[in-house]
Design a protein around this ligand. Structure first.
Ligand code: PAF
Length: 279
């Protein structure tokens, strides 16, 4: 596995490979890799001549300094995991390499970031858009892989790619879950055993909402029941949203593809999850 830290070096290397006609797959990450990330890496290795994972904890996408500082860092196990998966290149630029001078650009995604993560994490998608835009320019991958767990992020990145005409295919890969249904997340590392057990309620709440909708309960009634469920638990519900899975607009009746989205705090750790249901 090759390791690059400098933009100029990875560009030089990839320019030559791309001239030889090699296809490139990119998995952008912030490290603390788990099986969710590795499922993206697996697809990138399978589908491309060169699979690249980037590891960069992007300060611009954190609205809370504390969250940025507490973000888990597991570089040596990340490297061995990536090596085992057959990753060809790992790219770990420094903060100065990515942001050599004060950032003046500010991205706004209009109605797509009005709700959910965009509402509760101010400036988050500006930061995501900037780092993903930079990585796509540096690596120029044929395909870039993201997880469905961050559904709104995927819609925002799709918007970035379409509006700025990036020549890349985006793939949204299914959420990987632990046995109790909890969506894998780097943040799970900050939970106690008890917290991990309690966090299973998030996936249960999505299944409950799905069941109720199947039984023709109205969206308003489902929202009410989900709020009640969280009120009786140790989890702190930030939002439960029923939105169009493509436009992310909140719904009052089901769309062709509806996304049920949750953010909740467990032991002070903010977790998100979602489920897409077809009419
Ligand atoms: O999903 C993530 O880990 C991050 O938001 C991403 C896409 C790597 C950008 O920093």
């Amino acid at each position: 596995m090759l390791h690059f830290t400098d933009i100029a070096d990875i560009r030089n290397y990839l320019n030559e490979r791309q001239l030889e006609g090699k296809s490139v797959g990119l998995v952008p990450t912030m490290g603390a890799l788990h099986d969710g990330h590795y499922s993206l890496v697996k697809a990138a290795v399978k589908e491309n001549d060169i699979a690249i994972a980037s590891i960069f904890i992007n300060p611009v996408q954190f609205d809370q300094k504390e969250d940025f500082e507490n973000y888990p860092k597991t570089m040596s196990s990340d490297f061995s995991g990536l090596e085992k998966m057959g990753t060809h290149i790992v790219f770990t630029p420094s903060l100065e390499e990515i942001y050599p001078s004060t950032l003046n650009l500010n991205l706004s995604f209009g109605s797509m970031e009005k709700g959910m993560e965009g509402k509760f994490r101010e400036g988050h998608f500006n930061g995501v858009g900037i780092i993903v835009g930079k990585l796509l320019n540096i690596i120029r991958p044929n395909t870039a892989y993201f997880g469905q767990k961050d559904l709104q992020q995927f819609s925002i990145i799709t918007c970035l790619v379409e509006d700025l005409s990036y020549d890349v295919e985006l793939k949204c890969m299914p959420t990987v879950r632990s046995e109790n249904g909890l969506a894998l997340s780097s943040r799970n590392q900050r939970l106690s055993k008890k917290g991990l057990d309690e966090a299973a309620l998030i996936y249960k709440s999505l299944n409950l909402a799905h069941d109720l909708l199947r039984k023709s309960y109205s969206i308003a009634e489902v929202e009410h029941q989900i709020h009640n469920l969280y009120e009786k638990s140790n989890l702190d519900l930030e939002y439960f949203a029923v939105v169009d899975a493509v436009s992310l607009v909140p719904l009052t009746t089901l769309a062709q593809k509806t996304a049920l989205c949750v953010a909740a705090h467990v032991e002070g750790v903010r977790l998100i999850d979602n489920m897409i249901i077809s009419e």
